[in-house]
Write a protein that binds this ligand. Structure first.
Ligand code: FEO
Length: 174
Protein backbone atom coordinates (compact mmCIF):
# COMPACT_ATOMS: atom_id res chain seq x y z
CA UNK A 1 0.00 0.00 0.00
CA UNK A 2 1.20 3.52 -0.79
CA UNK A 3 2.37 5.68 2.08
CA UNK A 4 0.27 8.60 3.23
CA UNK A 5 0.59 11.69 1.06
CA UNK A 6 2.17 14.64 2.85
CA UNK A 7 -1.15 16.47 2.68
CA UNK A 8 -3.05 13.65 4.38
CA UNK A 9 -0.27 13.11 6.91
CA UNK A 10 -0.45 16.82 7.88
CA UNK A 11 -4.26 16.71 8.16
CA UNK A 12 -4.13 13.60 10.35
CA UNK A 13 -1.51 15.20 12.59
CA UNK A 14 -3.77 18.25 12.91
CA UNK A 15 -6.61 15.90 13.87
CA UNK A 16 -4.47 14.27 16.58
CA UNK A 17 -4.01 17.78 17.97
CA UNK A 18 -7.74 18.53 17.71
CA UNK A 19 -8.61 15.32 19.60
CA UNK A 20 -6.06 16.11 22.32
CA UNK A 21 -7.49 19.61 22.60
CA UNK A 22 -10.97 18.06 22.95
CA UNK A 23 -9.64 15.93 25.79
CA UNK A 24 -8.15 19.03 27.43
CA UNK A 25 -11.38 20.96 26.97
CA UNK A 26 -13.53 18.24 28.52
CA UNK A 27 -11.14 17.79 31.43
CA UNK A 28 -11.42 21.53 32.08
CA UNK A 29 -15.22 21.28 31.90
CA UNK A 30 -15.02 18.36 34.34
CA UNK A 31 -13.03 20.52 36.78
CA UNK A 32 -15.65 23.29 36.55
CA UNK A 33 -18.46 20.75 37.21
CA UNK A 34 -16.52 19.35 40.14
CA UNK A 35 -16.21 22.82 41.62
CA UNK A 36 -20.00 23.09 41.53
CA UNK A 37 -20.38 19.92 43.61
CA UNK A 38 -21.74 18.00 40.62
CA UNK A 39 -19.60 14.88 40.96
CA UNK A 40 -21.71 12.80 38.55
CA UNK A 41 -21.56 15.36 35.73
CA UNK A 42 -17.84 15.84 36.44
CA UNK A 43 -17.28 12.07 36.19
CA UNK A 44 -19.20 11.88 32.91
CA UNK A 45 -17.10 14.69 31.45
CA UNK A 46 -13.85 13.16 32.70
CA UNK A 47 -14.74 9.95 30.85
CA UNK A 48 -15.46 12.07 27.79
CA UNK A 49 -11.89 13.39 28.10
CA UNK A 50 -10.69 9.76 28.12
CA UNK A 51 -12.68 9.09 24.95
CA UNK A 52 -10.91 11.95 23.20
CA UNK A 53 -7.52 10.65 24.27
CA UNK A 54 -8.54 7.31 22.77
CA UNK A 55 -9.52 9.04 19.51
CA UNK A 56 -6.13 10.79 19.38
CA UNK A 57 -4.29 7.51 19.99
CA UNK A 58 -6.31 5.73 17.32
CA UNK A 59 -5.22 8.30 14.70
CA UNK A 60 -1.64 8.36 16.02
CA UNK A 61 -1.41 4.57 15.58
CA UNK A 62 -2.94 4.80 12.12
CA UNK A 63 -0.37 7.39 10.99
CA UNK A 64 2.41 5.03 12.15
CA UNK A 65 0.77 2.01 10.54
CA UNK A 66 0.73 3.84 7.21
CA UNK A 67 4.42 4.70 7.43
CA UNK A 68 3.78 8.32 8.40
CA UNK A 69 5.35 10.37 11.18
CA UNK A 70 3.17 11.65 14.02
CA UNK A 71 4.07 15.27 14.69
CA UNK A 72 2.79 16.80 17.90
CA UNK A 73 2.18 20.54 18.10
CA UNK A 74 1.18 22.72 21.04
CA UNK A 75 -2.22 22.24 22.61
CA UNK A 76 -4.19 25.44 23.22
CA UNK A 77 -5.37 26.19 26.75
CA UNK A 78 -9.13 25.60 27.05
CA UNK A 79 -11.46 27.99 28.90
CA UNK A 80 -11.66 27.20 32.62
CA UNK A 81 -15.01 28.71 33.62
CA UNK A 82 -18.50 28.56 32.23
CA UNK A 83 -21.71 30.26 33.40
CA UNK A 84 -23.71 27.14 34.23
CA UNK A 85 -23.85 23.36 33.68
CA UNK A 86 -26.21 24.04 30.77
CA UNK A 87 -23.64 26.38 29.18
CA UNK A 88 -20.97 23.71 29.59
CA UNK A 89 -22.97 21.07 27.76
CA UNK A 90 -24.09 23.53 25.10
CA UNK A 91 -20.41 24.34 24.50
CA UNK A 92 -19.56 20.62 24.40
CA UNK A 93 -22.28 20.03 21.79
CA UNK A 94 -21.06 22.97 19.71
CA UNK A 95 -17.52 21.63 19.93
CA UNK A 96 -18.63 18.19 18.71
CA UNK A 97 -20.37 19.77 15.70
CA UNK A 98 -17.07 21.49 14.89
CA UNK A 99 -15.16 18.19 15.19
CA UNK A 100 -17.69 16.50 12.88
CA UNK A 101 -16.83 19.17 10.31
CA UNK A 102 -13.11 18.34 10.66
CA UNK A 103 -13.77 14.60 10.26
CA UNK A 104 -15.91 15.23 7.18
CA UNK A 105 -13.07 17.28 5.66
CA UNK A 106 -10.66 14.37 6.17
CA UNK A 107 -13.08 12.04 4.40
CA UNK A 108 -13.47 14.59 1.56
CA UNK A 109 -9.68 14.82 1.22
CA UNK A 110 -9.28 11.02 1.24
CA UNK A 111 -11.78 10.81 -1.64
CA UNK A 112 -9.98 13.58 -3.55
CA UNK A 113 -6.61 11.87 -3.07
CA UNK A 114 -8.06 8.39 -3.77
CA UNK A 115 -6.80 7.13 -0.38
CA UNK A 116 -9.35 4.38 0.20
CA UNK A 117 -7.69 3.11 3.40
CA UNK A 118 -7.93 6.52 5.09
CA UNK A 119 -11.50 6.87 3.89
CA UNK A 120 -12.35 3.46 5.36
CA UNK A 121 -10.51 4.17 8.63
CA UNK A 122 -12.35 7.45 9.14
CA UNK A 123 -15.79 5.91 8.61
CA UNK A 124 -15.48 4.77 12.25
CA UNK A 125 -15.12 8.43 13.25
CA UNK A 126 -18.06 9.48 11.05
CA UNK A 127 -20.26 7.03 13.00
CA UNK A 128 -18.70 8.02 16.32
CA UNK A 129 -19.48 11.70 15.68
CA UNK A 130 -23.19 10.90 15.27
CA UNK A 131 -23.10 9.38 18.78
CA UNK A 132 -20.94 12.17 20.21
CA UNK A 133 -23.30 14.90 19.00
CA UNK A 134 -26.38 12.96 20.12
CA UNK A 135 -25.10 12.27 23.64
CA UNK A 136 -24.08 15.91 24.26
CA UNK A 137 -27.39 17.15 22.88
CA UNK A 138 -29.34 14.69 25.04
CA UNK A 139 -27.76 16.17 28.16
CA UNK A 140 -28.44 19.74 26.94
CA UNK A 141 -32.12 18.83 26.57
CA UNK A 142 -32.23 17.21 30.03
CA UNK A 143 -30.60 20.25 31.63
CA UNK A 144 -33.15 22.50 29.92
CA UNK A 145 -35.94 20.39 31.42
CA UNK A 146 -34.35 20.51 34.85
CA UNK A 147 -34.19 24.32 34.69
CA UNK A 148 -33.62 25.84 38.10
CA UNK A 149 -34.80 22.83 40.11
CA UNK A 150 -31.98 21.86 42.48
CA UNK A 151 -33.67 18.55 43.29
CA UNK A 152 -33.97 17.48 39.67
CA UNK A 153 -30.34 18.48 39.07
CA UNK A 154 -29.30 16.31 42.02
CA UNK A 155 -31.20 13.32 40.59
CA UNK A 156 -29.68 13.87 37.15
CA UNK A 157 -26.20 14.14 38.70
CA UNK A 158 -26.65 10.67 40.26
CA UNK A 159 -27.71 9.33 36.84
CA UNK A 160 -24.62 10.83 35.15
CA UNK A 161 -22.35 9.10 37.67
CA UNK A 162 -23.35 5.71 36.23
CA UNK A 163 -21.19 6.12 33.11
CA UNK A 164 -18.37 3.54 33.29
CA UNK A 165 -14.79 4.75 32.76
CA UNK A 166 -12.97 3.80 29.57
CA UNK A 167 -9.85 2.95 31.56
CA UNK A 168 -8.67 3.21 35.14
CA UNK A 169 -5.30 4.06 36.62
CA UNK A 170 -3.65 1.98 39.32
CA UNK A 171 -3.90 3.49 42.79
CA UNK A 172 -0.65 5.29 43.62
CA UNK A 173 1.73 3.35 45.85
CA UNK A 174 0.61 -0.04 44.53
FE1 FEO B 1 -13.17 12.90 19.18
FE2 FEO B 1 -15.73 13.94 20.62
O1 FEO B 1 -14.84 13.53 19.05
Amino acid sequence: MKMLTKKIEKTLNDQINAELYSSYLYLSMSADLNGRGLAGFAQWMKIQAQEELYHAMKIYDYVLERGGTPSLGGIDAPPSKWKSPLEIFKAAYKHEVKVTGLINKIVDLSIKEKDHATNNFFQWFVKEQVEEEASADEIVQKLKLVGSSGNALFVLDKEMAARPPLFTFPVSGE
